[in-house]
Design a protein around this ligand. Structure first.
Ligand code: GLC
Ligand code: MG
Length: 530
């Protein structure tokens, strides 16, 4: 039986504001994505996940939804959406949408009604509370974007809870009417042919019923961001969330081969619960370990082993290097190691999610103060928490504005866009783009890489910089060896891989077959035994 697309395939994340503008307003749109489907297909990915494209005041750039069943005019229309899905499907590319169930925009009609009075029929759709005993907020919970998570509503004389911005009030997921309304949203898009959802902040949906104070975080130091003052013990990851994930799963599965990817930032032992306990949860609880890990071979080997061991029976793994909320991989580990990281991402066991632009080796884009747009940065400036540096426009070619827009791009381009753009890198042998295409083609051609087993090679210089593992499916056996350091390293190959033939290297030229693999600085290789 052929594995479902969300197991064998690779997901490509598109931040729609920044991919391709088609109407000159400086903001990417759905017609732009449609225009670039050829690029996406040539790259060799199997699915695109599009960050929110629904009507929104854009205070959090679409993660503040004011209507779940339409497209924001800045991105296009429902007709554009249907055209995009049809065109993607015609190329064999699946389409995954971003579902934002934890909170709405404060401009959503549900919240407008909820806020209108204490007696409103939708009052109980959101989390309204009276002031705490001392008169202030009901408890000490802190917004992920800094400041109290409670906003005072003068007119109706209560506080409402917002885990993120005050413009993003949290829904009450204990309320069955809220559940029904949000499940209708899933049906709306599934019936339109989407292949699944990435579920925003899934672990936030349910909060402890009595809203107790969160404990102080003993590890807090200034500069981490105010949210880290407390541990989110009572405000996130409550046991009742799993039943909700299970209900969403049943809906998705009733449409056939569909996928739910949960955004969950939790330690592995808690993360894996989101695969489901008694009943199935989401297909893929996002595994963000590589996004946060120090770049060391030993550490990553331990992480892989721990994750593989923690997976419940039948659970399918997944890996991520970066996204629209975190620094880009090349910004974290440098350009040479970003190539090694790409080989890691695309040869590990489990579904990889590749963030747009990472295939070009985009690094951190410096954003001058006057151009800062991210509310995260605006609320707690100067801590390096801003997300704009990872959200800049895709550079397509060397024409004005890198072919992204005929207008003024909403965020600045990468400074080196004249050299680092799709057109140029596509013509440059050995470029980051060429490497990604080769890796994606290899993964597609080799079941060992897409659906095979993984075994870490142990005894391979645990104190050094080399991370090595075997991938195996049936008779097909491949060895991946990654030098996570900037110095040459040697690896004694196991007998089955001695004198193996290099299929791909992150560095120009290939190492010659031998029983000792000589890895050059920053080199990763995939080897096939003769
Ligand atoms: C998720 C999104 C992030 C957004 C937040 C609030 O973490 O990835 O971009 O700001 O949720 O919706
Ligand atoms: Mg546009």
């Amino acid at each position: 039986m052929i594995a479902p697309f969300w197991q064998r395939g690779v997901v490509y994340q598109i931040y729609p504001r920044s991919f391709q503008d088609s109407d000159g307003d400086g903001v990417g749109d759905l017609a732009g994505i449609e225009r670039r489907l050829g690029y996406i297909a040539d790259l060799g990915v199997d699915a695109i996940w599009i960050s929110p494209c629904f009507p929104s005041p854009m205070v959090d750039f679409g993660y503040d939804v004011s209507n779940y069943c339409d497209v924001d005019p800045r991105f296009g229309t429902l007709a554009d959406f249907d055209r995009l899905v049809a065109a993607a499907h015609a190329r064999g590319i699946r389409v995954i949408l971003d579902f934002v169930p934890n909170h709405t925009s404060d401009q959503h009609p549900w919240f407008v009604e909820s806020r209108s009075s204490k007696e409103s029929a939708r009052r109980a759709w959101y989390l309204w509370r009276d002031p705490g005993p001392g008169g202030g907020p009901p408890n000490n919970w802190i917004s992920d974007f800094g400041g109290s998570a409670w906003a005072w509503d003068e007119a109706s004389g209560q506080y409402y809870y917002h885990a993120f911005l005050p413009e993003q009030p949290d829904l009450d997921w204990r309320n069955p009417d809220v559940r029904r309304a949000m499940y209708d949203v899933l049906h709306f898009w599934l019936a339109r042919g989407v292949d699944g959802f990435r579920i925003d902040v899934l672990w936030h949906l349910i909060k402890a019923e009595t809203f107790p104070d969160n404990p102080a975080n003993p590890a807090y130091v200034a500069g981490l961001g105010e949210m880290h003052r407390v541990l989110q013990l009572h405000s996130t990851d409550q046991p009742e969330v799993h039943a909700i994930a299970g209900e969403m799963r049943r809906i998705a599965d009733s449409y056939g081969e569909r996928v739910l990817v949960g955004e969950i930032y939790l330690p592995v032992e808690r993360l894996v619960h989101y695969y489901g306990r008694e009943t199935p949860g989401v297909h893929l609880p996002f595994n963000f370990q590589l996004v946060e890990a120090p770049w060391s071979a030993r550490g990553i080997a331990a992480m892989i082993a721990e994750y593989e061991a923690a997976l419940p029976p039948g659970a399918w793994p997944n890996w991520v290097l970066g996204n629209h909320d975190r620094p880009r991989i090349a910004a974290r580990v440098g350009e040479a190691q970003a190539r090694v990281a790409a080989m890691l991402l695309l040869t590990l066991r489990g579904t990889p999610t590749l963030y747009y632009g990472d295939e070009l080796g985009l690094g951190r884009v410096e954003i001058p103060d006057r151009d800062v747009r991210d509310p995260r940065e605006l609320r707690e400036p100067g801590l390096g928490l801003g997300r704009d540096p990872s959200r800049t426009p895709m550079p397509w070619d060397a024409s004005p504005q890198a072919g992204f827009t005929s207008g003024v791009p909403w965020l600045p381009l990468n400074g080196d866009w004249r050299a680092r753009n799709v057109e140029r890198l596509a013509q440059t042998p050995g470029s980051s783009l060429a490497l990604h295409r080769d890796l994606l083609a290899l993964r597609r051609a080799r079941p060992a890489l897409s659906v095979g087993d993984l075994a870490l090679l142990d005894g391979t210089h645990p104190d050094r910089d080399v991370l090595a593992y075997e991938r195996r499916a049936g008779d097909e056996r491949l060895l991946v060896a990654l030098n996570l350091g900037g110095e040459a390293r040697e690896l004694t190959l196991p007998p089955w891989a001695a004198f193996a033939r290099p299929l791909l290297s992150t560095v120009a030229g290939a190492p010659s077959p031998s029983d000792v693999l000589r890895l050059r600085p920053d080199e990763g290789v995939v080897l096939a035994p003769r």
